[in-house]
Design a binder for this molecule. Structure first.
Ligand SMILES: *[C@@H]1O[C@H](CO)[C@@H](O)[C@H](O)[C@H]1NC(C)=O
Ligand SMILES: *[C@@H]1O[C@H](CO)[C@@H](O)[C@H](O)[C@H]1NC(C)=O
Ligand SMILES: *[C@@H]1O[C@H](CO)[C@@H](O)[C@H](O)[C@H]1NC(C)=O
Ligand SMILES: *[C@@H]1O[C@H](CO)[C@@H](O)[C@H](O)[C@H]1NC(C)=O
Ligand SMILES: *[C@@H]1O[C@H](CO)[C@@H](O)[C@H](O)[C@H]1NC(C)=O
Ligand SMILES: *[C@@H]1O[C@H](CO)[C@@H](O)[C@H](O)[C@H]1NC(C)=O
Ligand SMILES: *[C@@H]1O[C@H](CO)[C@@H](O)[C@H](O)[C@H]1NC(C)=O
Ligand SMILES: *[C@@H]1O[C@H](CO)[C@@H](O)[C@H](O)[C@H]1NC(C)=O
Ligand SMILES: *[C@@H]1O[C@H](CO)[C@@H](O)[C@H](O)[C@H]1NC(C)=O
Ligand SMILES: *[C@@H]1O[C@H](CO)[C@@H](O)[C@H](O)[C@H]1NC(C)=O
Ligand SMILES: *[C@@H]1O[C@H](CO)[C@@H](O)[C@H](O)[C@H]1NC(C)=O
Ligand SMILES: *[C@@H]1O[C@H](CO)[C@@H](O)[C@H](O)[C@H]1NC(C)=O
Length: 814
């Protein structure tokens, strides 16, 4: 947000020239085809978006009918000016605000960041980041986290949580925002979205699935503006993510379909362009795919400043402009709005039918009534207004009622849960010579600048040198109320065994020293090295190593310490070049675990928690092994020249490595335990008979054709804990499609997982219910999900490359 603020202060204003160009353009035509006529020689077979108009009306189908009727009653009482207010953000106490209409007993809407915490708040918890939650592979953890977060948002008076994230999905290992979301696997992310959304909404808060869609890099996510202090114009438009139809459906849309299926109240459209036109005015994506095909009944809000037109966006399917003003990030209300007064004008001059504006508000108010937000909803905590750097009080133009209780403590007993979630998310990647768990060591040494206390304040927005990292930066960060550092937790735990603890936290010193000169003559029993990797929105990662000379720190310690245990607190993928070092006996990827970080890692290091986290992505040997890097530069100066061609299609992360038989350091789904597990007796039982390729043509419900969500097979497998330690493991089901499936289908795709806790010696039967969608590919010709004819191979294992059991099924004969 510091970046947003400095942009605001530097006086950059929006491009009205461009806005008018878009607006003047089109009714009945997609903005893209207006600004840049289709030329398939330039664009190739995709990279353009057909216009899909008009915008479908909500009907409240799928269980919102009663709330829909209340919303209709509400809309019928609004004046045109009030209607314009209802769809346009205003500066105010929250990160996004819709003004109150006291006449109708409507108190307004408060929208707050973000995906791991209520960011603009005091006395709120910092939960684990999305990447950590995904690493648990635990549906209960995902739900419980979503519910606890939802309770805090509500108690602070936020109607809408800007969470969770399925875009970026994680096409590129380098994308700066991957940690806010879950995993580059659409199935895992889909389950995580559904559980998180149900958690948020069961707490009475509206969830926001974001950033829809194709937001797979940060570089050039917004246009480049002319930086002349007086004139502002677009020099180059934002990057265009150019995605073909099949890839769109099978990868990037997949988890968003889960979000709609979970009755997510709102969607946030992304900053960048999609197949040529801005995601927030792309009628194919918003009207065609989201509202028609997936049957989404809620509303689409823009990312902050992601609106680039008025009429074209309204017709294209955007329902709410956030934060409402003009300027980069929409921060300058006095400059007007693409919506606001322009909505009134557009209705009055006949350009936009008032029924479209009514539909926008019905979409906004139906989930509001459905969640009972009209009944005794807590007031906005006035402290939020003081902490809100996005729209500070000096920018407010409307009155806000801030008479509620100030600085409410909403944390409850969530710290205990966050500690547990952090431990469950920790992935044990290497554990040799019984390095872990620690067994009452006589002496340990702690190394690395990630071990100690945060020295830069509890609302951090930079890759500071000294202190442990528990979250990344930008709108997805959190404001800590306390932080348990690894060093503090280790010191507390070490007292129990009278363990001597020495510490060196200066990476430069460690990397450049003979370690034996640093410690007491006797070599420590264990050397714990804590390293970190920063990431934030608006910037992509430069490399996949740990920061602050982390690799050199490990080399230096391991040269002299034959029991070097490395812990990373990272935004995502690190290639870990030291992984084969014989003295590096253990490696733990702990990602961003939230406020209890130290306790979470100590629980695992000492074996109070048996590690059960699994990689939600692939760790390759080198950064250059990953395909699909971000587009970091263009050599030409044309306005539309920033393009990102998703030519790898379905082959991202393990789908790519598997398709090309590339060996990797640690594969997707991998993670060790202090126990050993076995799988046996896999079977597949059909749950439906007379299965045909094409789904029954049922009326669309939220999530799309309900036939796609019907279970067609139950695959069962017996899991046994053969070790002598209690613990959890995650059997995973991968599907290999028949040969009749169109070319480009990845060799194996995750389609089921279940976390099971087993006492030593115990075993249990686990079932994976395969839905029709799980066995289908998107057929671009018929525009249907089809089950291909022939034999499927279903493999169950403990990772994507540790497959133990195979069953074959033929749902549709060739
Ligand atoms: C399309 O672009 C190509 C390459 O720039 C150009 O040669 C061709 O004339 C263009 N076609 C049209 C119809 O503009
Ligand atoms: C939406 O409903 C209005 C009536 O409120 C109707 O005039 C309009 O045609 C409908 N739009 C669509 C796309 O069905
Ligand atoms: C920048 O502004 C100055 C006057 O304020 C004007 O003379 C100049 O042409 C502008 N430059 C651009 C690139 O618009
Ligand atoms: C309408 O939109 C234009 C940009 O297209 C903007 O310059 C103008 O200020 C807006 N008007 C209002 C009333 O917000
Ligand atoms: C109607 O108003 C809208 C919003 O200000 C504007 O974009 C559009 O150009 C106007 N159309 C006409 C025909 O005046
Ligand atoms: C202001 O909010 C308080 C609750 O915080 C409420 O009791 C009061 O009615 C509100 N006042 C107005 C004018 O909406
Ligand atoms: C860290 O160590 C380096 C090398 O010894 C030294 O130059 C630097 O001042 C140290 N930093 C701090 C904060 O002590
Ligand atoms: C490190 O220090 C020890 C003890 O002083 C010494 O024996 C050893 O040779 C040194 N190693 C290096 C690489 O300097
Ligand atoms: C491993 O550590 C021992 C000291 O315990 C040291 O002698 C040896 O050289 C180290 N191995 C490597 C490869 O650095
Ligand atoms: C490290 O070296 C010491 C001394 O040679 C030995 O006793 C110990 O078992 C070694 N530790 C590991 C983990 O190999
Ligand atoms: C830009 O130019 C450089 C140097 O000629 C070249 O290496 C690079 O591939 C070009 N990049 C793109 C995106 O065309
Ligand atoms: C699938 O199998 C599991 C494990 O046996 C069982 O608990 C579950 O009820 C089964 N589901 C269906 C739909 O039969």
């Amino acid at each position: 947000m510091a970046t947003f603020r400095s942009l605001l202060l530097s006086g950059l204003l929006a491009s009205t020239t461009k806005a008018q160009a878009f607006d003047a353009g089109v009714r009945g035509e997609d903005a893209f085809s207006y600004v840049q006529p289709l030329n398939t020689t330039i664009l190739g077979p995709y990279g353009h978006s057909p216009a899909v108009l008009p915008s479908p009306n909500t009907t409240g189908s799928g269980g919102w009918e009663e709330a829909f009727a209340k919303a209709q009653n509400f809309v019928s009482q609004l004046t045109l000016e009030e209607k314009a207010d209802m769809v346009t953000g205003q500066p105010g106490p929250c990160v996004g605000n819709i003004v109150a209409i006291p006449r109708l007993g409507f108190g307004g809407l408060c929208l707050q960041d973000g995906p791991l915490s209520i960011r603009v708040a005091d006395y709120a918890s910092v939960f684990s980041a999305g990447v950590s939650a995904a690493s648990t592979w635990d549906k209960n953890v995902l739900y419980e986290r979503g519910l606890a977060m939802g309770k805090e948002f509500k108690a602070k008076g936020a109607h809408i949580a800007l969470s969770p994230v399925a875009g970026p999905l994680g096409r590129s290992a380098y994308s700066g925002r991957n940690w806010e979301g879950f995993s580059p696997d659409p199935y895992l992310t889909g389950v995580a979205m559904e559980k998180t959304i149900r958690g948020h909404q069961d707490a009475g808060v509206q969830a926001t699935a974001k950033h829809y869609i194709g937001n797979e890099q940060e570089t050039q996510r917004n246009p480049t503006y002319d930086r002349n202090g007086t004139v502002t114009d677009v020099i180059q438009e934002a990057i265009s993510s150019n995605i073909d139809d099949r890839t769109m459906h099978e990868l990037y849309l997949w988890p968003f379909a889960n979000a709609v299926h979970a009755k997510c109240a709102s969607f946030m459209c992304a900053y960048q362009r999609l197949n040529g036109s801005y995601a927030c005015e792309n009628s194919k994506a918003l009207n065609g795919i989201l509202k028609e095909e997936l049957g989404f009944q809620g509303y689409v809000m823009s990312d902050w400043g992601g609106t680039h037109s008025g009429v074209a966006s309204i017709e294209g399917g955007l329902d709410m402009n956030m934060p409402g003003g003009l300027g980069p990030y929409g921060t300058v209300p006095e400059a007007g709005s693409f919506f606001g007064g322009n909505v009134t004008l557009a209705v009055n001059n006949g350009t936009v039918d008032v029924s479209r504006v009514d539909d926008m508000i019905l979409r906004i108010m139906t989930p509001y009534f459905w969640l009972g937000q009209d009944q005794d909803f807590p007031s906005v905590d006035p402290s939020s207004a003081d902490l809100n750097t996005f729209s500070p009080k000096s920018t407010w133009v409307r009155e806000w009622n801030l008479t509620g209780e100030r600085s409410r403590d909403v944390r409850g007993d969530h710290g205990e849960m966050i500690r547990r979630h952090g431990a469950e998310a920790t992935i044990l990647l290497k554990n040799e010579r019984n390095a872990l768990p620690l067994k009452a060591p006589k002496s340990i040494a702690v190394f690395g600048n990630d071990a100690g206390d945060d020295v830069m304040g509890f609302y951090n927005q930079g890759d500071f040198e000294y202190g442990t990292l528990v979250a990344g930066g930008g709108s997805g960060t959190g404001r800590l109320t306390y932080l348990v550092s690894p060093l503090a937790a280790i010191n507390a735990r070490a007292k129990e065994d009278n363990t001597l603890v020495q510490q060196w936290l200066n990476n430069t010193l460690i990397a450049n020293s003979n370690i034996t000169d640093l410690w007491i003559p006797e070599t420590p029993d264990a050397c714990l090295v804590f390293l970190k990797t920063w990431a934030e929105e608006a910037a992509d990662r430069q490399h996949l190593d740990v920061d602050w000379n982390g690799n050199e720190v490990v080399e230096s310690v391991a040269k002299f310490c034959n029991n070097t245990i490395v812990v990373t607190h990272s935004s995502g993928i690190n290639t870990l070049p030291f992984a084969d070092h014989p003295n590096v006996t253990a490696i733990l990827a702990a990602h961003y675990p939230g406020q209890e970080s130290g306790n979470s890692i100590v629980d695992v290091l000492y074996g109070d928690v048996n590690p059960s986290g699994k990689l939600p992505y692939t760790i390759a040997f080198n950064g250059s092994d990953y395909n699909a890097p971000p587009t970091t530069a263009v050599n030409t100066t044309g306005v539309y020249d920033w393009q990102s061609w998703f030519d790898e299609k379905l082959e991202i992360d393990y789908r790519y490595f598997d398709a090309h038989n590339i060996s990797v350091r640690y594969e997707f789904g991998f993670g060790l335990s202090y126990s050993t597990f076995e799988l046996s007796d896999a079977k597949a039982e059909p749950l439906a008979y007379g299965i045909i390729s094409k789904p029954e043509d049922l009326p669309i419900l939220p999530g799309g054709n309900p036939a796609l969500w019907e279970s067609v097979y139950n695959v069962t497998v017996s899991v046994a804990n053969k070790g002598d330690v209690d613990g959890a493991t995650v059997p995973q089901l991968y599907v290999t499609f028949p040969d009749s499936t169109p070319a480009g289908t990845p060799p194996r795709q995750l389609r089921g997982f279940e976390k099971v806790f087993l006492a030593a010696g115990e075993s249990q039967t686990v079932g994976f219910e395969l839905m029709r969608r799980d066995l289908s590919y998107w057929d671009v010709v018929s525009q249907e999900w089809l089950i291909p004819a022939g034999e499927f191979v279903l493999s169950v294992g403990f990772s994507s490359r540790d497959l133990k059991e195979v069953v074959k099924i033929t749902p549709v004969e060739a």
